[in-house]
Design a protein around this ligand. Structure first.
Ligand code: HAM
Length: 445
């Protein structure tokens, strides 16, 4: 036993041994392919930002979860808990020079000091897709289409996931009709964001109570009564008298039909109990869940038309989402969509005796320059062990260098899957100009 202390990873953080990293990359690759299909370009920013970038823009929930500290230059800084404020900061400095709309995506690692619970860790990777400079609901529909397509790319269908769509503009109209003072609307959103996590009495207290928003009992009752059946049909029926609600309702129907045209009707439903916790949203908001309701949200996003100017940029409309890798990973695994982990190399070179080792290195050097992956023994293993290493590494072929064959100027190449063997001139393996791989030679002969 070692006399030294053992170190564990911090709670809420993950290691990524090769199989886990392969799974993570499988998800990232799907995200990148889909973003590319819609014309989005990848960007990134620093993982550490000025603390203030978050304190007034993101809302109290996320601010309470910040990894923040004072750096050696006495700056108050935080690890990024989300990407949107960084995106707004980056674009505030350069959006004028960019053609609109701007379609950008990123896959940052984010840090939140969350209470440990299923699907929530203290770090996660988040696919951020944002469309900036287009105010119409066509942009909102496109962004949701990208999110759903990202999930479809991983094999999930309408039977597995659903997008719950809501709208802060329509909800503000409903609240106005219920005589909620406009200044209290953001507080009402923040209280209602907890509706699926807290008992209704607690929400009522947050809305009505003197320690809360002070809406008063009757208005709080009316708001909560509305939230017991927050459907678009109900809104169209009960709030038809409000022109603001009627006009916005028609826009939402238009948005719905765009998503229908794009082929996503089965994935999307209006559900006005979704308000989103972050403070900066100004219009349509959405979250995507597994249909069985076993997990927390896979994805969340919406329109935020004020954030750019709040970080010193031009007033630019924007809409986007963040999709985390944690819940999604569980949903993909749970559906049996985890791809088989099959690492491999093209060739393993086996030297029968130490005399062939220099030739093995020459062949490896040339073949690697030609782009092939090649491994040979570093430790002078027995032939049997070299064969078992080749199998363990998933080698496509082994190149066997024996003294008699080398003497005759040939190597034996065995294709591992078929067991087929063939002699190949060593000159072919050591001459970069000949370029053909041993197994191509094998197949061609
Ligand atoms: P968010 O709802 O805070 O939105 O996070 C989006 C998604 O990230 C969640 O639905 C969840 O999948 C994942 N996520 C969040 N926190 C954690 C955590 N602690 N552990 C694991 N996964 C987590 C935002 O962050 C917005 N900035 C998204 C956005 C982009 N809105 C517009 N553009």
């Amino acid at each position: 036993m070692s006399a030294y202390r053992k170190y564990a990873k911090l709670p809420g953080f993950r290691d990524f041994p090769p199989e886990e990293l392969a799974f993570r990359n499988h998800i990232f690759d799907a995200w990148r392919r889909v973003a590319g299909r819609y014309g989005y370009r990848e960007y990134d920013g620093p993982p550490l930002e000025e603390l203030e970038l978050y304190t007034d823009k993101s809302g109290s929930e996320i601010v309470g979860q910040l990894y923040e500290f004072t750096d050696k230059g006495a700056r108050r800084v935080a690890l990024r808990p989300e990407m949107t404020p960084s995106l707004a900061r980056i674009l505030a400095g350069r959006s004028r020079a960019l053609r609109k709309p701007i379609r950008w995506f990123s896959i940052p690692q984010l840090f939140r000091y969350e209470r440990q619970q299923r699907g929530r860790l203290r770090e996660h990777f988040q696919w951020n897709v944002d469309l900036v400079g287009e105010p119409g609901t066509g942009a909102d529909a496109e962004v949701l289409a990208v999110a759903i397509d990202g999930l479809r790319e991983l094999g999930l269908g309408a039977a597995d996931i659903r997008a719950r769509v809501s709208d802060r503009i329509l909800l503000s109209g409903v609240f106005a009709a219920l005589e909620v003072p406009p200044g209290l609307t953001p507080g009402v959103f923040a209280a209602l964001d907890r509706i699926e996590r807290e008992p209704v009495e607690r929400i009522h207290e947050r809305l009505a109570g003197p320690g809360g928003l002070g809406l008063g009992r009757e208005r709080a009752d009316a708001v909560l009564e509305f939230f017991s059946d927050p459907t678009i049909g109900r809104i169209e029926r009960d709030f038809a008298g409000s022109p603001r609600v009627a006009e916005r309702g028609a826009e939402l129907r238009q948005y719905e039909s765009v998503l229908g045209d794009l082929g996503f009707a089965d994935f999307v439903e209006f559900d006005f109990s979704i308000v989103r916790g972050l403070a900066y949203y100004t219009g349509i908001v959405f979250e995507i869940f597994d249909r069985a309701g076993r997990f927390r949200a896979i994805c969340g996003g919406g329109r935020y038309d004020r954030l750019m100017e709040h970080v010193g940029g031009d007033r630019l409309s924007a809409v986007g989402f963040g999709m985390g890798d944690v819940v999604l990973g569980e949903v993909v695994r749970g559906r049996g969509l985890l791809p088989e982990y099959r690492p491999g190399v093209d060739y393993y070179i086996i030297s029968i005796s130490v005399a062939e080792a220099p030739l093995a290195r020459r062949i490896a050097g040339v073949q690697r320059r030609l782009g092939r992956s090649v491994v040979y023994t570093l430790g002078g293993k027995s032939v049997k062990k070299q064969f078992s290493s080749a199998a363990a590494l998933g080698a496509g072929s082994v190149i066997v260098l024996g003294p008699d064959e080398v003497e005759r100027g040939v190597a034996v190449v065995r294709e591992m899957a078929s067991g087929q063997e063939r002699e190949i001139p060593i000159a072919e393996l050591t001459d970069p100009a000949r370029g053909k791989s041993p197994s191509e030679t094998l197949r061609a002969s």
